[in-house]
Ligand binder design. Structure first.
Ligand code: DI6
Ligand code: FE
Length: 413
């Protein structure tokens, strides 16, 4: 018999994150079906257009489980060599992140380890980190370069990011983060490094289609707004969207600068002013909150959540997984922190790790459960959606499905 769908899940509760009028865009006593990797039915069971067995080749019961869109981690630095646990210990003894960076540690120490690692070694180090995210429900991941700071290693990092996506069968979006730190060999000539990024690295990576977006670290210990502008102008001229590490440790007007370039997102935002929030709202720039870095650096200045809400800026939540300021291997834990530390509601946190995260990556084909979207979904062992943020750690994902295919059956718990 010719059945219209490949796979149909019955007896599900869906948190669609679309506008159903219910919190979480919930549909209870629901069914969800897909064909050729895209969602073909999302609705109440009693609205199914026929008998289940005649609708899909494979029919299963979800036994009342909650299903959400696959989680999207829209800000990570997941590919890097080595680790920086020693700096963690130094910070616990009183050194600040900025002091460590200015003393030749910080980002530059990861640059040394990353330059020394071959492509396969970088991939082998990154795989378990990516697997940890996936086991906790991530189906699409953004990965930045920025620990190479010279053409060959930047390219190698981005190639590893692409290989990770292929190897794990998940979505990966790459961002070129040439302006992450000043490489030591350019210590006396900042302008020459910025020129290398603009005139050599950017055009080559755009040509090789290794970068889906361009990011920068606009900060006292990173790059100035002027340097950031030069790179962003070049990126836009090459047709690449931009996003920015903005206002994490100080207010350099980074979020407003991002908005000037119609950035996909401005990320961190602890020091962002209300004027910058207004600029983001006008530009449609997503606010990406990164509570892992706030937590690990023991920051106290909160991002302007009330202003973001008041001006209707979409809020996303991500891990910022990186070896220095956020060695965080669970997006669900980032969501939990966004609630407890930043006072997001669990619904905002879930929207932030799905629908709004997709927007922060410029992806229109995922992030909600709606007909036509990619069949990226997670079946959870929970009785209500707020549990995704309520449990601190633990394995709640029962099934992770990407484009209609199971990534793993029962995770070890
Ligand atoms: N993202 C970054 O790029 C820096 N901070 C952040 O939140 C730090 C990365 C690092 O120390 O390796
Ligand atoms: Fe970051």
């Amino acid at each position: 018999m010719n059945r219209p769908w490949d796979h149909l899940l019955l007896d599900a509760n869906l948190a669609t994150l679309t506008d159903t009028g219910a919190p979480y865009g919930a549909i209870e006593r629901a069914a969800i079906a897909w064909k050729d990797g895209a969602l073909a039915f999302v609705g109440r069971m009693d609205a199914l257009p026929g008998k289940p067995d005649e609708l899909a080749a494979q029919v299963e019961s979800a036994n009342g489980a909650w299903i959400t869109p696959g989680l999207i981690d829209c800000h990570t630095h997941l590919v890097f060599g080595g680790q920086r646990a020693g700096e963690f210990e130094m910070r616990l003894e009183g050194a600040s992140y900025e002091q460590i960076a200015r003393a030749g540690g910080g980002i530059v120490s990861s640059v040394r380890a990353t330059r020394a690692a071959g492509e396969d070694a970088l991939l082998a180090q990154a795989l378990p980190r990516a697997r940890a995210l996936v086991a906790d429900g991530v189906t699409t991941l953004e990965i930045k370069s920025g620990y190479g700071l010279e053409p060959e290693t930047e390219r190698r990092m981005l190639r590893v990011a692409r290989r990770l996506g292929a190897e794990l069968g998940i979505g990966v979006r790459t961002s070129f983060l040439g302006l992450h730190a000043l490489p030591p060999e350019f210590a006396d000539d900042r302008a020459a490094y910025v020129a290398l990024v603009c005139d050599t690295m950017l055009p080559a990576l755009a040509e090789e289609e290794l970068a889906d977006a361009v990011d920068a670290f606009c900060e006292g210990i990173g790059f100035t707004p002027e340097e950031t502008r030069r790179v962003f102008a070049r990126a836009r001229a090459l047709g690449l969207p931009v996003k920015l590490h903005a206002d994490q440790l100080s207010d350099l007007g980074g979020a407003a600068l991002a908005a000037e370039f119609a950035a996909l997102s401005a990320d961190h935002l602890e020091w962002t002013s209300e004027a910058s929030v207004r600029a983001m709202a006008r530009a449609g720039t997503v606010a990406v909150l990164l509570p892992g870095a706030y937590y690990a650096l023991r920051e106290t200045r909160l991002p302007p959540v009330a202003a973001l809400r008041a001006h209707g800026v979409p809020i996303a939540v991500a891990t910022d997984l990186n070896p220095g300021t956020s060695p965080l291997l669970s997006l669900r834990l980032a969501m939990s922190m966004a609630c407890t530390l930043f006072r997001l509601t669990p619904e905002e946190a879930l929207r932030g790790a799905t629908a709004h995260a997709a927007r922060a990556l410029g992806l229109a084909d995922r992030g909600t459960l709606a007909v036509g979207r990619r069949a990226d979904l997670v079946v959870w062992d929970i009785g209500q959606p707020a549990e995704l943020c309520y449990w601190i750690g633990g394995g709640l994902a029962r099934r992770v499905i990407v484009a209609g295919a199971d990534l793993h059956a029962e995770p070890s718990r």
